[in-house]
Ligand binder design. Structure first.
Ligand code: NAD
Length: 282
């Protein structure tokens, strides 16, 4: 790939933008919310500065990455000449369908439409587009610059050429990719979200503190991070939307968001991005 548009500059969007720019792409970041694109660009700058401070990134590489990254003032200017568009907007089917429909007329014929959805049907997202063969899932993990996995999700209509281009792009980004068929929750979220929901039910039932439930998985099962801390990192609102969708699509109540999760989301205790979730994030 060479010119990349990332739509949505939140938790995932800014991270994907950083990794693409760091590995040589010309990257544009666009978010319609006032100030959000600039906040995303600032987060990339801060990540890279931290990398320099820790000796993991050279100052030259930071500067070169930032030189390849810019904010787009609108979707049309961001999409012009893009080889791939990756959307990282909220986990709502109608938003993603509407976005790809809009991009149909703003992009060139070879542009790949990639979605960072954690769980939604790629075929349903593609169904709204005039070019479903160009739609593919590129599920990155949080934080994008540190997590090696890239889950590539193909629906039945995804073309072999698009898959090959995205696999090559994944290599360029330094990711370890898996290719998964278009089933709800793919290979990762279906297992991860199930564990997260059960851990929240255990907090509700007073089984143990969030810290100790997490410790059980970290020390006892060698998970690098416990399910409640991970829910905080992902965002409780994001995980709740995935859980609702998977409960319905898979007909499995294990994915149903527990009452405690709904209450925390209603109160704005969304996890790290809100400063408070199961843990305090000062
Ligand atoms: P987020 O809430 O941090 O960011 C979403 C951004 O999209 C916001 O800045 C918002 O202003 C913008 N936005 C809203 N509506 C839009 C629209 N119509 N067009 C363009 N931009 C719009 O969300 P996130 O955590 O980055 O999640 C984005 C996607 O990535 C979701 O599909 C989510 O399921 C998936 N995902 C999230 C994680 C995670 O750990 N948070 C991990 C993997 C995948």
């Amino acid at each position: 790939m060479s010119t990349v548009l990332i739509v949505g500059a939140g938790t995932m969007g800014h991270g994907i933008a950083q990794v693409a720019a760091a590995t040589g792409d010309t990257v544009r970041l666009f978010d319609p919310l006032a100030g959000a694109t600039e906040r995303g660009l600032t987060k990339v700058r801060e990540n890279l500065d931290q990398g320099v401070a820790k000796g993991k990134v050279t100052a030259e590489s930071r500067d070169a990455t930032l030189a390849r990254l810019s904010g787009a003032v609108d979707l049309a200017s961001g999409a012009a000449g893009a080889d791939i568009v990756v959307e990282a907007i909220p986990e709502r089917l109608e938003l993603k369908v509407a976005l790809f429909k809009e991009l149909d007329v703003l992009t060139s014929a070879a542009c790949v439409f990639a979605t960072n959805t954690s769980s939604l049907s790629i075929a349903k997202i593609a169904a709204g587009s005039a070019h479903p063969e160009r739609v593919i899932g590129t599920h990155f993990f949080n934080p994008v610059h540190l997590m090696a996995l890239l889950e590539i999700v193909v629906h039945e209509g995804t073309s072999a050429d698009v898959l090959a281009r995205v696999q090559a792009w994944g290599k360029q980004l330094g990711k370890d990719a898996i290719v998964v068929r278009d089933f709800p929750g793919f290979a990762s979220s279906r297992l991860g979200v199930c564990l997260g929901m059960e851990a929240i039910r255990m907090v509700e039932q007073g089984v143990a503190s969030p810290e100790d439930i997490d410790k059980a998985m970290v020390q006892g099962y060698r998970h690098p991070v416990g399910p409640l801390r991970l829910s905080d990192l992902v965002g409780l609102d994001v995980r709740m939307a995935i859980g609702e969708y998977l409960a319905k699509e898979l007909g499995n109540p294990a994915f149903e968001p527990p009452a405690l999760m709904r209450k925390m989301v209603a109160e704005g205790r969304l996890g790290k991005k809100a400063g408070r979730g199961f843990y305090d994030w000062p």
